[in-house]
Write a protein that binds this ligand. Structure first.
Ligand code: ADP
Ligand code: MG
Ligand code: MG
Length: 254
């Protein structure tokens, strides 16, 4: 589904990603962990197609299409959803209108007819009860004055309404209390299906304790994936810390 080859990328002439190789197949869940500043959010921004971030070298394909020449909207129409670490605030636009517009513009781009108001409301009802979201929430302005937990829950809700093929979640778990974390994890587990893929970017292992454990984890350090593995690698990381992996890797290389 997503194929990243030897990706080098920079922001404001600063090299951040230095040769990323990452292949995500349909139905897989991948996790990226790494110390602050290692380039996790930069990778999410590159997948999203944010203009400020520049690809210096390498390739990034989604469903065998080169993403380089596609706008962020075109990427969304292809089925890519990105939840950013700091979600945007749009005062004056209600959540319900924002999501309805997003759902229908994706459908339009795919030549699917607009969702009827009845179907839309039914879908909202189903997803919101799963995420413990109250009805009044949908009439508030997008992220305006939301608590950290509300913002993150809204991101998961958007993901479920849009039903993307690839969902990239950047630090969706940061700053959440345990109840909010559980709800977010429940949303992710519910979303995961055979025909979609997830890339979870996180700083802490705690979210991983609540999601289905068949994920592939990658450690990003100074713009490179220095190690990949399964759940056991996440456990080792929790126990021994990044320093251990980094040191271990450097010794191993000698
Ligand atoms: P992470 O998400 O792993 O914490 P980031 O991708 O946010 O790391 O940042 C990687 C590096 O790129 C950092 O050194 C950061 O300072 C730099 N960087 C990220 N965004 C910008 C920006 N908009 N302008 C300048 N430097 C940036
Ligand atoms: Mg960071
Ligand atoms: Mg980040």
């Amino acid at each position: 589904m997503l194929n990243i080859e030897n990706l080098h990328a920079s922001i404001e002439n600063k090299k951040v990603l230095r040769g990323i190789n990452l292949k995500i197949n349909i139905g897989e869940s991948h996790v990226i962990m790494g110390p602050n500043g290692s380039g996790k959010s930069t990778l999410a921004s590159i997948i999203a197609g944010k203009k400020e971030y520049k690809i210096d070298k390498g390739n990034i394909d989604f469903l065998n299409q080169n993403l380089k020449n596609l706008s962020p909207e075109e990427r969304a129409y292809l089925g890519i959803f990105i939840s950013f670490q700091y979600p945007i605030e749009i005062p004056g636009v209600s959540i319900i209108n924002f999501i309805k517009t997003a759902v229908n513009s994706i459908r339009e781009a795919r030549n699917i007819k607009k969702m009827s108001s009845k179907d839309f409301l039914e879908k909202i009802k189903e997803k919101s009860s799963l995420l413990n979201i109250e009805k009044s929430f949908f009439y508030r302005s997008l992220n305006d004055g939301f608590s950290g937990g509300e913002k993150k829950r809204n991101e998961i809700f958007q993901m479920m309404m849009l039903d993307p093929l690839l969902s990239v979640l950047d630090e969706l778990d940061s700053g959440l209390d345990i109840d909010a974390l559980r709800i977010v994890a429940k949303g992710i587990n519910f979303f995961r299906k055979k025909n979609n893929s997830v890339l979870i970017i996180t700083h802490y292992k705690r979210l991983l304790d609540y999601i289905l454990s068949d994920y592939i984890i990658h450690i990003l350090y100074k713009g490179k994936i220095i190690q990949s593995g399964d759940k056991k690698l996440a456990e080792k990381l929790e126990e021994k810390g990044y320093d251990w992996i980094i040191k271990n890797k450097i010794q191993y290389k000698k």
